[in-house]
Design a protein around this ligand. Structure first.
Ligand code: PFF
Length: 469
């Protein structure tokens, strides 16, 4: 290897990058619509339980594994034992698959920044149809997706400090400011209180095994866990950083943005009498309607700001997804960074073309009953990430030395981590069981059984053939 392995330049920089990875489409695009589709407050409670019990522990574990090994996902697992390589490989594959649809939505966000000024808001009643027409068109979304992907390439090609870290430091503070401005506006709309009621009064009668799986998958997706992303980011951390504390900060930042996004959107839904169960189109259809009502020049500006928020959130996450694959190629195959970025993103671009077209001209092409977009989405979010997280918990709990973990989490005994025993026992005994239970309950309740079986088979195949990776 010619390049020396880089580290983060500062604590703030790392936190912005890690929180940047966590805060993404998962928080602003997906969390609100999942909440809407799964009955509101009940889903939020289950989600928060998954975050507090499982997410926080797994993030702490990923940071520890990453920094201890100083390697990205595959290398880090390999250090524990050759037999574990497949778990890292599963992570890299998840990164690929998520990047098979994520830039498509990132491109939609970019397009909507522009569209906010070019007549989107002029006909509020046509916004829903306009969104449908836009995403099913063959060319326009592809152009935006490519622009979006190129921006990712430019950032990741620059490396850790001057690429990913620099981008996070500028964009994450911006994101909070924009979000605050939008909440300020929507919370004061007439009728907003209905939305708050939906968000905070749970109706547990809507809860099924699927609700739990959706909440668990969302927790992993939103916190960037279960695919080695935080292992990779942890591998660039210096030895002075306090891992448990950083995990707590990143988890809190991520969860607060998800809740704030819901608080920004649901009151407005109620105010305009829009059903909260709108699905993936929710923010693209509802949010412009909110701002259309504001009229004048303020409406378009707020609308553009919202989609800028979505774009920024998406970008700092997709660079981390790309980095997971790139770091693997650098660490395990001694590939030069730029080359790794170009090759990886070229493959991702092809997958994104399929996903984007699956919204329209290729909607008839189905794998296991779903189009490409849903295929990549469901496979990662509902299977790979949760299983990846479960594997990590088992690997850490049963295959790593407890003293080593304690040493890593207390910086060689120089700082205290009073909750170590709790963390260790939760990670080793409770989390694998809870994940297995939720996965089982969810998978038996889900419609796409073929897809689930396919996902599990992929993991088995990886386990058999991963030695060479
Ligand atoms: N956490 C990101 C989001 O909420 O949009 C998505 C993501 C990034 C998932 C990185 C997984 C990952 F490793």
């Amino acid at each position: 290897m010619t390049e020396k392995r880089e580290n983060w330049g500062s604590r703030f920089g790392f936190l912005m990058a890690a929180a940047g990875s966590a805060v993404g489409l998962g928080n602003i695009w997906r969390f609100p619509y999942l909440t809407g589709m799964n009955g509101g407050a009940a889903f939020i409670f289950i989600y928060l339980g998954c975050v507090a019990l499982i997410g926080l522990c797994i993030m702490t574990a990923e940071f520890a594994v990453g920094r201890r090994s100083g390697l990205a996902a595959v290398g880090a697992y390999k250090k524990v034992s050759d037999k574990w390589t497949f778990a890292g490989a599963l992570g890299v594959l998840s990164g690929f698959f998520i990047m098979g649809f994520y830039p498509v939505v990132g491109g939609w966000a970019m397009a909507y920044i522009a569209k906010s000024f070019t007549g989107l808001l002029a006909a509020p009643e046509a916004i829903g149809d306009a969104f449908g027409a836009f995403i099913t068109a063959p060319v326009e979304p592809l152009v935006w997706m490519v622009i979006y992907l190129v921006i990712n390439v430019l950032i990741v090609a620059k490396g850790i400090q001057s690429g990913i870290e620099a981008a996070g430091k500028v964009m994450m503070p911006m994101l909070y400011v924009i979000l605050a401005a939008i909440i300020f506006r929507t919370a004061s709309l007439p009728g907003a209180s209905e939305g708050f009621k939906f968000l905070f009064t749970p109706d547990f009668s809507k809860v099924t095994g699927q609700t739990f799986l959706a909440a668990l998958g969302q927790a992993f997706f939103s916190l960037s866990l279960g695919m080695g992303c935080m292992i990779t980011y942890g591998s660039y951390l210096n030895k002075e950083e306090k891992l448990p504390q950083n995990a707590l900060i990143v988890t809190t930042m991520d969860t607060s943005v998800a809740l704030l996004a819901a608080v920004a959107i649901f009151p407005a839904l109620a105010s305009f009498g829009v059903e909260p169960t709108a699905g993936p189109g929710l923010v693209f259809v509802v949010v412009p309607q909110i701002f259309a009502q504001m009229g004048g020049v303020v409406g378009p500006i707020f609308s553009a700001l919202f989609f800028l928020l979505l774009f920024i959130a998406a970008l700092t996450s997709s660079v981390s997804l790309l980095e997971v694959v790139v770091a693997y190629l650098i660490d395990q195959h001694r590939m030069e960074r730029k080359k790794a970025v170009y090759i990886t993103s070229a493959i991702m671009a092809v997958m994104c073309v399929l996903s984007s077209l699956s919204m329209g001209v290729m909607s008839g092409v189905q794998i296991f009953g779903v189009g490409f977009f849903d295929f990549f989405d469901i496979l990662t979010d509902k299977i790979f990430l949760a299983i990846g997280g479960g594997l990590l918990a088992i690997c850490v709990g049963f295959f790593m030395k407890k003293e080593d973990l304690k040493d890593e989490l207390t910086n060689g005994g120089t700082i205290s981590f009073p909750a170590f025993e709790l963390w260790y026992n939760l990670t080793k005994y409770v989390i694998p069981v809870v994940i297995a239970w939720i996965a089982f309950a969810g998978i038996t309740a889900i419609a796409q059984k073929g897809l689930m079986i396919f996902g599990v088979l992929v993991i088995v195949v990886l386990a058999v053939f991963s030695k060479k990776l």
